[in-house]
Design a protein around this ligand. Sequence first.
Ligand code: MRU
Length: 356
Amino acid sequence: MRIEGKEYRTIWFENNVVKIINQTKLPHQFIIKDLKTVKDTINAIKVMEVRGAPLIGATAAFGLVLAIIENNDQSFLKKSAEELINSRPTAINLKWAVNRMMNKLSGVNSDKILEKALSEANEICEDDIKFCEKIGLNGLKIIEEIYNKKKDTVNILTHCNAGWLATINWGTATSPIYHAHKKGIPVHVWADETRPRNQGANLTSYELNEEGIKNTIIADNTGGILMQRGEVDMCIVGTDRTLSNGDVCNKVGTYLKALAAHDNNIPFYVALPSSTIDWDIKNHKEIPIEERNSEELSHLEGLDEEGKIKKIQIYPIKSKAINLAFDVTPAKYVTGLITEKGVCEASSEGLKNLFK
Ligand code: MRU
């Protein structure tokens, strides 16, 4: 997708270096950062220079490529794989991508392993782009249906950033929106600010602006009243881990939006590539929910009057805060799952039918 008219992907490999768009600097600064070692990739995932389930998976895959360049040794590779999987706990894509790489590399001779690793990491990216594009085409049909009935702008609410910045290209939740826009369907997006890290304001609104899509940032608690007023036609969100029964774990606050949508009879869709499905965990209580530093709540970063980036404390210094990063939306509140293979019911049956 485009930034200032130029096409980008969120991650690529060039001259033995992994290139990323440093998302902690957006929207005020556009900085491409070089990751040169596996430690750099682990750190980039932890501090969220790269974030979003599919993108951290791809970063972990390239992390293994860098590990091989650094030290072409099986025990170093295994240790790196473990550390990458543990760099953030909730999104299943980390484990998915690392396992896919390690399976491909098992038994490969050391003189061939780098070539194999690089080709697999690139393939993970290509697959993600294809999947996200298909998600877009499948979700487009739902937006089109709403538009054909309404004959007016389709208002879509989304939470966090499940945009192209969270993937390699297109995004998951945003892909149907980009496809609708390209087809000339008028769309407008309500972008939940998504405290505490503001991915909705800083990333979703930013990327929609760059693509010329109308959007409005709302405080996280505003969605409910907009729904009651009939100003939301549908919700589309992403997911970090989808259970085989259709329960969806996504950025904290998603659950409350689903409840409000349910109460107002508004369709609530979740868009996901199959790399986000966890076929093993049966009960959502077993999903490891990331708890991040409470400084993300108590401090804010932005531009000061002179246009310089400044970090300020906004809470009473003595106050305690808790920062749970994800929550789970039970399948019963999800209207449908938009996947690369089609749209299905959020249920074991629905998922089984698509992914036999
Ligand atoms: O903490 P983040 O910014 O990595 O959380 C991202 C999300 O919650 C996204 O909705 C999710 O990863 C889906 S991305 C296509």
